[in-house]
Design a protein around this ligand. Sequence first.
Ligand code: BDR
Ligand code: CA
Length: 312
Amino acid sequence: MSTKHKIILDVDPGHDDAMAILLAYKSPAIDLLAITTVAGNQTLEKTTLNTRRVCTVAGITDVPIAAGCDRPLVRPQTIADDIHGESGLDGPRFPEPTVPLDPRHAVDLIIELLMKSDGDITLVPTGPLTNIAMAMRQEPRIIQKIKHISLMGGAYGFGNVTPSAEFNIYADAEAARIVFESGVPITMVGLDLTHQAVATPEVVERIRALNTPVSEMSVALLQFFASTYKKRQGFDAPPVHDPCAVAWVIDPAIMQTKHVRVDIEIHAEFSYGRTVCDLFGDSPRPANALVATKLDFGRFWGIMLDALKQYK
Ligand code: BDR
Ligand code: CA
């Protein structure tokens, strides 16, 4: 019997989403059942094309890629081209993608995989939560079937798109609210954690030294990411958010977490999209998420490098 963790990765590539795909596919601890795409960092058309581009370079030909929702549930669409560029994945030069797109809608594929599962699939969303919320609304029986959701999103400290809100939650806060209120156990890997997962020059050199098409693509991605993070937010090295949510599935001990109540703000003028995290136990509402606080930096980049080394 396989002891691998079965996951569905829901992405909006996105430089760090690309790194999450690379980690998930080659980690020996993960069985990657599907990659689903959502509008987020860029339009759905672009995030889907980018997923196929990354999978083509990486030789990921045996995992279905399905496109999902092209806009948030309620609010107007917002993108992050200031960080990820016009294509959503600026930096590397990509060959024409050859991996096909699965004809199924991502929401249908998520439902299908969950309904025929033994309740052993973890969802790893690293973009806005539109597809996951839609799947929960379309087929509520999946809620009992989801083993866990390890998501990149939110913050108990500062936001990165407004002072209060992190991009993935802000981009579709109504969807986030559905997911956080679903009762499914959640690990919230937010900015407080991911800002510790920086790709320092030393890390980038270790990746470059692998000297493969995937390492070359990764270095180009991280260099572009470094330039926009420097310009936009003054970072000396870019935070590689999304693989952290995959890393929690691979090795939960890689980060410290706190089990608390997280509520999603959808009404406020200045804090729309905030993940209100009850770190001090003031809320009467039950805890619904493990909120990540501290990352083991060395171990994180260790598993990332181990995965990247598998690409020839
Ligand atoms: C999140 O927003 C996106 O820009 C990144 O891909 C990441 O998922 C960070 O706030
Ligand atoms: Ca993302």
